[in-house]
Unconditional design. Structure first.
Length: 116
DNA sequence: GCGCTGACGCGAT
DNA sequence: CATCGCGCCAGCG
């Protein structure tokens, strides 16, 4: 059967975290894992997405922590992801996306919102 | 049971 | 800012 237990609570949380990413926005694998309550499981997130069968799942909004597309440049998955992101208005340059910093909140807390 | 591989992450160079 | 190397976890031969 499924390599990954689709009914596993961990997997369910991961999928939920992925679906929680708003349209036109992106998130990192590690970020998703963290939101799912599974720190250090970024690779697990990747594996879950690889095995997903839900066309409604916004898997294309998931990128590496540095904003880079996880697929090898030029590969089918790569092009498809770029295509979907651009369709949502996300600027993709050279296979990468400007990430709004995972810790903007912390930065604001330390330096102040008007510091920028 | 062991070792390789991968849609990862982060610090060091 | 681009690369390299090492660490982490889970699936598969």
């Amino acid at each position: 059967m499924a390599a990954l237990s689709a009914d596993s609570p961990a997997v369910a949380r991961i999928l939920a975290a992925v679906r929680a990413v708003p349209r036109g926005q992106v998130a990192g694998y590690g970020q998703i894992a963290r939101r799912a309550g599974l720190p250090r499981r970024a690779r697990l997130v990747a594996r879950v997405l690889a095995g997903n069968a839900d066309p409604a799942l916004p898997w294309h909004r998931i990128l590496r922590s540095d904003g880079r597309i996880a697929f090898p440049p030029g590969s089918p998955g790569f092009r498809e992801q770029v295509r979907r992101l651009r369709a949502e208005g996300v600027a993709v340059e050279n296979g990468r996306v400007r990430m709004p910093r995972a810790d903007t909140d912390l930065d604001a807390a330390l330096w102040g919102p008007d510091r920028a």
